[in-house]
Design a protein around this ligand. Structure first.
Ligand code: UTP
Length: 447
């Protein structure tokens, strides 16, 4: 993009101030600024401005009903597992990881996926995800391609982590990295914020940026070429997730669902998790902040919570559904944050209070577009223990304890007693569950 083209585009959008310090910039800074401006689409700026005007007031959730959530047991479970195994053996399943977040609550320098979570080995979060995919692929004799979304901030470090660790045993050609988009931050008045005289403040466009990024990068086309039908979606911070679990894949396929969600019973009525609700013929994710106290505490006829379940963002998508949704605009959500800015004299100011908006898209905003959605219950203790905070709940300490409890249970099911106080860690490529321990036997590493 040339200076003239940038001036014209910015003038059309009422954002001329982005070039206000042009004369003081060096050659490199000028080039970088033009390159940044080239990534900003006027259409997106108009959408940001419109969202600022309307605000991101959530729609009324008072008419929402609890969805029907399947609890698979006996024959239903057997049928789902068989259907899922059929898909896995046919090579129609992919794994899709969103790892572009900034992990600000954890406060870890670098991609969250590189965070050392292995209780004994300090293996990174990526290790547990990749080794599960490897094990599942080996078990069913077909590759599960692994699509990893990064952001501009952590793309290089993420790729370096996979390279250094030899892709954790996966074949490099089956790991597809792609980068999500960035949105400029804006003032209340809809003006783009510069955080340096020659630099626009930009932040990742949320996990909903996934759809556009899948399309732009060719990942969706790659999935189609490989004959993928079901796409298992998960987040980077939960090493307990059962990636491409046959029961979930099978349930999704048997239900002919576009978008399936695993849901777990909330730990308490006010747990901070989203809740899919039914509105007429479709579903929408209602965030915990949108639920009233009455809704959180409401009981059903059996005295159980009416809105019993929450979503830990473990999904299966139909690939063709993602393809359709990828061309549509998604709604934007606003986050009012402290954003460094350049004052009229060209000085960088770090504000003490929120002064600008970041814009994010959320993947679950495509739920209402699903012709068929399906909901499957699972046990939170078995599959969900995210690393969100540095300390306290949902922290590395709680996650490591939960990982070890799960492994200890498998060992106990396999007849192995582990002394109290011993650190336990199992390589997922060695055992995906207790049955693998029985099959493979036990090899004790050094403490
Ligand atoms: P979180 O909402 O936990 O955000 O992301 P975060 O950025 O990781 O952490 P905080 O809020 O700054 O502490 C949930 C999942 O969505 C991904 C994250 O990487 C994580 O797997 N994500 C989030 C993206 O891929 N891109 C984004 O822009 C935001």
């Amino acid at each position: 993009m040339t200076y003239e083209e940038a001036t014209k585009m910015l003038a059309k959008c009422g954002q001329e101030h982005v070039l206000a310090h042009w004369k003081k910039l060096g050659k490199k800074e000028r080039e970088a600024l033009l390159a940044q401006i080239a990534t900003i689409e006027p259409k997106s700026l108009a959408q940001c401005a419109a969202t600022l005007k309307t605000g991101s007031e959530p729609p009324d959730s008072s008419k929402g009903k609890a969805p029907k959530v399947a609890v698979l047991k006996g024959k239903a479970l057997k049928d789902a597992v068989a259907a899922g195994e059929k898909e896995l053996k046919a090579g129609r399943v992919a794994a899709l990881l969103v790892a572009g977040g900034q992990g600000s609550r954890l406060g870890y320098e670098g991609p969250k996926g590189c965070y050392p979570i292995g209780p004994a080995t300090d293996a990174p979060l990526f290790y547990f995800h990749a080794r599960k995919i490897l094990a599942r692929s080996l078990r069913y004799g077909k590759t599960i391609p692994f699509y990893v979304m990064t952001s501009e901030m952590n793309d290089a470090a993420t790729k370096a982590c996979f390279e250094e660790n030899k892709y954790f045993g996966l074949d490099k050609k089956d790991v597809f990295f792609f980068t999500q988009g960035m949105w400029p931050g804006m003032t209340k008045e809809g003006k783009i914020i510069l955080d340096q005289p020659g630099h626009v403040f930009m932040s990742p466009d949320g996990h909903g940026g996934l759809l556009a990024a899948l399309k732009r990068s060719g990942a969706l086309a790659d999935m189609k070429k490989r004959g993928i039908k079901s796409v298992f979606f998960f987040q980077v911070d939960n090493p307990l997730v059962e990636i491409a679990d046959p029961a979930f894949i099978g349930y999704h396929v048997l239900e002919k669902s576009d978008y399936s969600l695993k849901l777990c019973a909330k730990r308490d009525p006010f747990e901070k998790v989203g809740m899919p609700m039914k509105f007429g013929d479709s579903f929408r994710m209602v965030e915990y902040t949108e639920m009233t106290r009455e809704q959180c505490e409401r009981k059903d006829g059996k005295g159980e919570l009416y809105f019993k379940y929450g979503s830990p963002a473990i999904h299966v998508f139909d690939r063709a559904f993602l393809d359709k949704e990828a061309s549509k605009a998604m709604p934007l959500h606003l986050a009012f944050k402290k954003i460094p800015f350049v004052d009229a004299k060209g000085k960088v100011v770090k504000p003490d209070a929120p002064n600008g908006y970041k814009f994010e898209k959320f993947i679950f905003d495509i739920l209402p577009n699903a012709k068929k959605a399906a909901f499957l219950a699972f046990d939170q203790k078995e599959e969900f223990s995210p690393v969100k905070n540095a300390e306290g709940s949902d922290s590395p300490a709680t996650c490591k304890a939960d990982m070890q409890n799960k492994w200890r249970k498998w060992l106990s099911e396999a007849g192995v007693t582990v002394a109290d106080g011993l650190t336990v860690e199992i390589d997922p490529a060695y055992a995906l569950d207790a049955s693998d321990i029985l099959k493979n036997g036990i090899c004790l590493g050094a403490e």
